[in-house]
Ligand binder design. Structure first.
Ligand SMILES: *Cc1c(COP(=O)(O)O)cnc(C)c1O
Length: 396
């Protein structure tokens, strides 16, 4: 006889529904009979079968991000890179060529330059702020262009409208990684993008406690192909991460607006301080792409800023040690402000010449501004700058 304690307990019946989405970790769903299962697989009745193919917490989250992006049918994945991956798997085949922005997220760059070529897909990189450079990179077999609207870490703004027109005219798919700008900054589908990708890990979930991605296409057939790729290649998101992200997303707009306002003020503060060589924020008139940012982002310049200290690595070390309230951690989009040093993290694999060409020196920092009060952040950076100036003087 089977031990009855191993039987699954029945879920209590209820006439009411919970206000908050339940967390549903079940891997599998029980059907009443094969006819119902048929009907489910054919989309005639709602329901789930096996979690890798989809589960309620992912559906709820996908619907929320769909609404933010003005899209339908988006797919939630286990990470931002999984979302980039399923877009490539669904859209490309051997013999195709891809043009990528030359300042894409590091792992996306690696996917394009090392991984896709192993599957017979050739790739080129070009500067997306320069429409002529993108056009020059196109080939007859170019199938897809992948760009980010605002680049990491120099916050250059792509010529999205120009690239979208070019892609449309040539019958090429345009995929936009909207992680930095978020749908609060721009909705790429409205600008002619065919695919929008997110690392939900960052600003959308917003609490640095869930690793997730999202991809959506304008064309329902491409959405369906991404869903198949996600199921086949197993990029499924954890229900718990989706549940956390749903909660995080409820405050996304408030968090974004607050962080953006603080970022603009912090950028202006930094620009006036001795020992700061330059500040990069698309909302500042001295940013190289300020005019394009103003037109494209409609005044939504985001929570990311970068700055460069005088005094190189010694000043950079002194800065991070003297402002422990700014977590020195290579992520972005958390409720707390985080500081990253590209020369020792995201861009460490580049030669110092390649970094210099991008404008990334040893004194270069990227700041993901969180929701703390501006005064608290100014106190932190001022302490950091004082210490950095001492270190820079000691170096001379
Ligand atoms: C972080 C990030 C990714 C990758 O997302 P993960 O969730 O870490 O896999 C992709 N693109 C951009 C712009 C990112 O910042």
């Amino acid at each position: 006889m089977t031990d009855p304690t191993l039987r699954r307990p029945a879920w209590p019946a209820s006439q009411v529904r919970p206000l908050v989405s339940p967390l549903q970790p079940s891997v599998v769903y029980v059907s009443p009979d094969p006819d119902t299962l048929d009907a489910q697989y054919e989309g005639r009745v709602p329901g789930h079968v096996y979690a890798r193919e989809g589960h309620p917490n992912a559906d709820v989250l996908a619907g929320m991000i769909d609404r933010l992006e003005g899209a339908t049918g988006g797919v939630v994945t286990g990470s931002g890179m999984a979302a980039v991956g399923i877009a490539m798997l669904a859209a490309l085949k051997a013999g195709d060529h891809v043009v990528g922005g030359d300042q894409l997220y590091g792992r996306s760059l690696r996917m394009l330059s090392e991984d896709l070529p192993r599957f017979g897909i050739t790739t080129s990189l070009a500067d997306p702020t320069d429409l002529a450079a993108i056009e020059a990179a196109l080939r007859p077999e170019t199938r897809l262009i992948l760009i980010e609207v605002v680049s990491n870490p120099t916050l250059r703004v792509a010529d999205l409208d120009g690239i979208a027109r070019l892609a449309r005219a040539r019958g090429i798919l345009l995929a936009v990684d909207n992680t930095f700008t978020t749908p609060r900054g721009i909705r790429p589908l409205a600008h002619g993008a065919d695919i929008v990708i997110h690392s939900v890990t960052k600003l959308l979930a917003g609490h640095a406690d869930a690793t997730l991605g999202y991809a959506v296409a304008r064309d329902p057939a491409l959405n369906a192909a991404m869903k198949v790729a996600a199921t086949t290649w197993g990029t499924t998101a954890s229900p718990f991460d989706c549940w956390l992200a749903e909660r995080g997303l409820l405050s996304f707009e408030l968090r974004y607006d607050r962080a953006e306002e603080t970022a603009a003020r912090l950028a202006d503060h930094l620009a006036g301080q001795p020992g700061v060589r330059r500040v990069l924020y698309p909302g500042r008139a001295d940013h190289p792409d300020h005019n394009r940012a103003g037109a494209l982002l409609a005044g939504r310049f985001g929570n990311m800023l970068s700055f460069e200290l005088e005094g190189g690595r010694a000043a950079a070390n002194a800065f991070t040690r003297a402002c422990p309230g700014l977590a020195f951690a290579p992520t972005l989009g958390d409720v707390a402000t985080t500081l990253s040093h590209p020369a020792s993290s995201s861009h460490r694999a580049l030669t110092s010449e390649a970094r210099a060409a991008l404008g990334i020196s040893e004194g270069f920092f990227r700041v993901s501004v969180g929701i703390e009060p501006l005064d608290a952040l100014i106190a932190e950076v001022d302490a950091g700058l004082a210490s950095a100036r001492e270190a820079a003087e000691a170096e001379c």
